[in-house]
Design a protein. Structure first.
Lengths: 296, 442
């Protein structure tokens, strides 16, 4: 396995991510850079919608590598994540051989071979001839057992398939793991990764992000939007608006051709930012918005 | 440098961040890739190797500033700021108001340090923070900042929210600065447990402060979601009955008659009826609230729940809890429930008697009765016969007590008088214990 590194300095990470419209800060860029240099997976934690998945996508885009994504869920197992034998095809093969004289060993060798293997994301990432970016999304949704199973992959970049032997990565993938911290991950897994906590960005960076993603938005409006969204964020809400909501809101304002955010605009578009009725009521109350006909 | 890193790691460990040898090794590997002259880069590079949670990052930042270059040093070089030590309290406060108004964080940090400097002669540690907050008087700051002329009402309202978040920021800066002083004065160990608290799931309900209630509520909801998927899966697995030959044969047709995918009959299992009887008096309020919330979030698992609240008399709140979102409903239920009969001191005996008079027919032979409370009845008659009768009618009677077993039957606790008539009494002091009880129940 060769380990070509993708970036030569933190500045380069910043610049190349910016080309893909991802506005990182030194903190994010350093973590990406170090993970790449040391060839270790990067574990990202933080609230939903602050750009964890997006970071992985943009790193893939900026390095020109293919993004292989494994979405985790409760009950995810090896068969869905790594590989599975295509048993229907194997059965057909055996039935096609019926009547002919074959030793069992011969049949076994022939049906436990490449053509009968169903490749799932993890195996795909390992076997790819070109380097890939592997994103293991929402790892905290899986069970403990699956985490343990990932350990071999994450530290050695290899997997063991009983019938085929150990397969080592041909090129070292860049690996990202994301977690929404709905449960504690195991120490063993954390130890194998570099750690990055992504939080809501500083006002200035948030404005830059919005302006990069929605270039049509006037700068003054972006400024106003960020002020408002940051104020909303500090309230106690069921779902705090994150960057993805800010961007959605910016797009909405552009669509509507709004020039300045006032009471009426806020009241009519607030449902883009807040997903729960209680949250809407809470914020309307704080901002003393006039009661809206839609909300009742 | 390596030596310095070693002792930094040692300090982190003292402060409760579990930096293992492996992490030290990784940290030293990062050193050769980092630009040491860039403070930010150096800091976050090390952090990515040595921290494993937001709490760790807090501690890391504090210690990093003490060990390596402190924050804001670079700024001071270009624009030598006026000496702040000459200013008195009133002038400092004026400066702080100015910095808050303009939203300048760096300035705010320097001013906060100056305030702490003037106060540190008379106070230290947690008391210093308290003094600083007293001196600054957040409410007064809010008042002074909130007023702005020549803007419309909407702008004024946004501004108010902004001011609040800036004041919160000031508070955090003060906390951080005080913590740094504490590490310098008393060493890292002393500060550790202030920052690195026990995870919320293992926190004793009684020690949860009002600041944390929101966090706990959020984690109850996410816990409920996890429990729900888990329970649904277990239920599905448990429902697998005997082999269903007919379905298996039908399924095999697509594989040319080979029996590849065995099918099973489905066992039906009824979900338990639940009757919750909750003590909502002050001493156990936090515990019962979270329990109610958790159970309410699991509506799907427990479709038939009847909830009763009591202090010294009992009232039913089932409908209130069902009608709205659980998180909002519980405070509402507490507000409207008629739970005080005499003086508002817990009276289990009278509450149980009242329950028996009005609601005993709710207890059917399928009901699981769960009583939440500390069994502290202010030396009044426990009326344990009610529980005996309830147990004869119900399928199961459980008691969850938020106190540690060694406190049961001390003082006015009459736990064992009731325990006699329960199937089991569980200690339930944190979310983890609560979750494991609920899991066993379903």
């Amino acid at each position: 396995m060769n380990a070509p590194t993708q970036f030569s300095s933190v500045k380069e990470v910043l610049a190349r991510l910016r080309e893909t419209n991802y506005i990182a800060d030194t903190r994010v860029a350093t973590a990406v850079y170090i993970a790449d240099r040391l060839g270790k997976p990067l574990l990202m934690e933080g609230p939903a919608g602050v750009g964890k998945t997006e970071l992985a996508k943009c790193v893939a885009a900026s390095t020109g590598t293919e993004l292989v994504r494994l979405q985790c869920y409760e009950g995810l197992d090896e068969a869905r994540a790594l590989y599975e034998w295509n048993y229907r095809k194997q059965l057909l093969r055996i039935q096609a051989d019926e009547g002919r004289e074959h030793h069992w060993e011969e049949i076994e060798d022939s049906i436990f071979a490449e053509p009968f293997l169903l490749e799932r994301p993890l195996l795909k990432a390992i076997r790819s001839p070109k380097p890939v970016t592997l994103l293991i999304d929402e790892i905290d949704r899986t069970e403990f057992e699956f985490e343990a199973f990932l350990l071999e992959l994450l530290s050695e970049f290899q997997v063991t398939i009983p019938e085929l032997g150990t397969i080592a990565a041909r090129t070292q993938p860049i690996v990202f793991l994301t977690s929404n911290a709905t449960r504690e991950l195991s120490e063993a897994l954390k130890r194998r990764c570099m750690y990055l906590f992504l939080d809501y960005p500083e006002a200035e960076r948030e404005r830059d992000i919005i302006l990069t993603r929605v270039p049509e938005l006037p700068e003054a409006l972006a400024e106003q939007l960020v002020r408002l969204i940051r104020s909303i964020r500090q309230l106690e809400l069921k779902k705090r608006p994150s960057i993805s909501e800010s961007i959605d809101w910016a797009r909405t304002l552009v669509e509507l051709g709004v020039e300045t955010i006032d009471e009426n605009v806020t009241q009519e578009t607030l449902n883009v930012v807040l997903k729960y009725r209680q949250d809407l009521e809470r914020v309307s109350q704080q901002l003393k918005l006039p009661p809206s006909p839609h909300h009742n | 440098m390596l030596e310095r890193l070693q002792s930094f790691g040692q300090k982190l460990r003292e402060a409760g961040v579990p930096v293992s040898n492996h992490e030290m090794l990784v940290a030293s590997q990062t050193l050769q890739h980092l630009d040491w002259t860039d403070r930010e880069q150096f800091k976050w590079g090390l952090a990515s190797a040595m921290c494993r949670s937001p709490g760790h990052l807090e501690v890391f930042s504090t210690l990093f500033d003490l060990f390596f270059a402190p924050e804001g040093l670079e700024l001071d070089l270009d624009t030598a700021p006026p000496d702040l030590s000459e200013l008195d309290e009133v002038e400092l406060i004026e400066q702080i108001i100015k910095a808050l108004r303009e939203g300048r964080d760096g300035e705010l940090r320097r001013l906060a340090r100056a305030v702490l400097d003037t106060l540190s002669k008379e106070a230290s540690g947690g008391f210093l923070l308290y003094r600083a907050l007293r001196t600054l008087d957040m409410d007064r700051l809010l008042q002074r900042l909130a007023e702005r002329e020549g803007v419309d009402e909407f702008e004024q309202n946004i501004w108010k929210m902004e001011v609040q978040s800036r004041l919160e920021r000031l508070r955090r800066i003060l906390e951080q600065e005080v913590r740094k002083r504490m590490v310098e004065e008393r060493g890292a160990e002393d500060v550790a447990d202030r920052i690195l608290r026990v995870p919320l799931e293992e926190r004793d309900f009684a020690t949860i402060t009002s600041d944390e209630v929101a966090d706990v509520r959020r984690s109850v909801v996410s816990l409920a979601r996890r429990l729900a998927t888990r329970l649904a899966k277990l239920r599905k697995r448990g429902a697998r009955g005997r082999l269903d030959m007919r379905k298996t044969l039908r399924k095999s047709l697509s594989a040319g008659g080979a029996l590849t995918d065995p099918q099973f009959k489905v066992k039906s299992r009824s979900r338990p009826d639940i009757i919750l009887l909750c003590d909502v008096s002050g001493s156990v309020a936090a515990f019962t609230r979270f329990t109610l919330l958790l159970v309410a979030c699991l509506q799907v698992q427990f479709p038939r729940i009847r909830s009763f609240l009591f202090i010294d008399t009992t009232d039913e709140v089932t409908d209130t809890l069902k009608s709205t979102d659980p998180a909002d409903a519980i405070p509402k239920a507490l507000q409207i429930a008629n739970v005080i009969w005499l003086d508002g001191h817990s009276d289990y005996g009278h509450s149980f008697k009242n329950f028996h008079e009005n609601y005993i027919e709710a207890v059917t032979d399928r009901a699981h009765v769960i009583i939440l409370g500390d069994a502290r009845s202010n030396y009044r008659n426990p009326e344990a016969w009610v529980l005996k009768d309830v147990r004869e009618r119900a399928k199961r009677v459980w008691w969850l007590n938020p106190e540690a077993p060694q406190h049961w039957d001390t003082g006015d606790s009459v736990m064992s008088a009731y325990a006699e008539h329960c199937d089991a009494v569980h200690e339930c002091r944190n979310l983890k214990q609560l979750a494991s009880f609920i899991e066993r129940l379903a």
